[in-house]
Design a protein around this ligand. Structure first.
Ligand SMILES: [Zn+2]
Length: 163
């Protein structure tokens, strides 16, 4: 039995009780949260979120990539969000690898060097600043007055504003 099988079983045994009660795709807080895919981050708990309140965009690192800009452009232009939180975290996997080492590893194994950036970083605060700047400078994201960046400490749940 795979993990997917397990989740399908959980679904049919009643975890998802009926269709979503939120009637609109527009998040009620008009806010998008960009964060890491790290399984330790309980995004809903970190901000006391309720279903339907925000867009949550997750990837490795919580880095603002072109694809995150794509989602933010849709989020703001079509679904009425107006603010952005970028939240990266301590002990992130991206701080344990380097751009070249990981690309070398992939190339050696597959004979293909990926065209995309790994977005590895040494200092998480620098990475947060970089991501926030990418949003603030993007012409595709029209609402850039309230774009704020944070580091979440996965050991003590402390949230520190960086920019
Ligand atoms: Zn991470």
């Amino acid at each position: 039995m795979t993990a997917i099988d397990d989740l399908l079983h959980r679904h049919v045994t009643g975890v998802d009780l009926g269709a979503p009660e939120v009637p609109t795709p527009v998040p009620s807080l008009h806010l998008a949260v960009v964060t890491c895919m790290d399984a330790r981050i309980k995004v809903f708990d970190v901000f006391g979120l309720r279903h339907g309140e925000v867009h949550i965009l997750r990837n490795a690192g919580g880095v603002v990539t072109d694809d995150v800009i794509r989602s933010l452009a849709i989020s703001q232009r079509k679904l009425e969000t107006r603010e952005v939180i970028v939240m990266q975290h301590t002990s992130c996997g991206l701080s344990l690898i380097t751009e070249d080492e990981f690309k070398d590893e992939l190339e050696k194994e597959t004979k293909l060097r990926p065209p995309w950036a790994i977005e590895a970083f040494r200092e998480v605060k620098d990475s947060v600043r970089q991501s926030v700047e990418r949003v603030r400078r993007s012409p595709f994201v029209p609402h850039r007055d309230n774009v704020r960046g944070f580091v979440y400490d996965v050991h003590n749940a402390e949230l520190t504003e960086v920019i």
